[in-house]
Design a binder for this molecule. Structure first.
Ligand SMILES: [Zn+2]
Length: 226
């Protein structure tokens, strides 16, 4: 089986400015990518998990090697439960607006979206997206995604407004956006902008439009929090 994948860079520390369109779909090998059915507006239910041991992904562009998050969290004096709570909140941000469900699984082998620390620290964080072959130019199915954080940087579990410390919640939510099929619409103005900012935390209007385009709007559920 041929491996189709792609990746992109994170929230860069790029100095260029750019007009932030509302959203931009991630286009890999010529077609937009999404989880679930290959039609816009069709929802998806995904599993996420955390790397338990050093793992290599030779056919990835980003996150080629990942390690457990514990040493990274120790450096920033963050408890693993607090970290996992931030990640859950980041998934919730997307789940609250689009027809997406994210469920945590203990076994990383079962995860659609795998989360860990970078074995070779670089940038702030990256995502990698693998997708199935699709030669007709239509939507291609995402088959797996990964998110890796730079363990050398100072992280936080709050949004303290100081960009010297990085918010797991804010950056995880951005990388999850890539993992579900969104690209950078510009530098700022949306969560999916490539420049890190704590000024507008969480999803912005364009981010919501992008997620709804791909997966449809959130559906009422008795189990869903308001
Ligand atoms: Zn990015």
């Amino acid at each position: 089986m041929r491996a189709f994948l792609l990746a992109f860079v994170l929230i860069g520390l790029c100095a260029s400015s750019g007009f932030a369109a509302a959203y931009r779909l991630l286009v890999l090998d010529g077609h937009p990518v999404k989880w679930g059915e290959s039609s816009f507006g069709a929802g998806a239910s995904l599993k996420y998990g955390f790397v338990r041991e050093a793992s290599k992904f030779p056919n990835a562009i980003n996150c080629k090697a990942m390690t457990p998050v514990a040493p990274m969290l120790a450096r920033s004096k963050i408890a693993e439960t607090a970290f996992r709570n931030e990640i859950r909140i980041a998934f919730d941000e997307w789940e609250k607006v689009a027809n997406l469900r994210f469920t945590h699984v203990d076994d990383p082998a079962q995860a659609d979206i795998l989360i860990g620390a970078q074995a070779e620290p670089s940038g702030i964080a990256f995502a990698n997206v693998w997708h199935a072959a699709n030669g007709d130019g239509r939507i291609a199915a995402i088959t797996k995604a990964s998110i890796c954080f730079n363990p050398r940087l100072p992280w936080e579990t709050s949004l303290d407004g100081d960009k010297a410390t990085l918010s797991f919640r804010q950056i995880a939510a951005h990388e999850i956006g890539h993992a579900i099929g969104l690209d950078h619409p510009g530098s700022t103005g949306q969560l999916m902008g490539y420049r890190y900012s704590e000024e507008t935390p969480g999803l912005q209007a364009g981010d919501v439009l992008g997620a709804v385009k791909l997966y449809g709007a959130v559906r009422p559920s008795p189990n869903r929090r308001p």
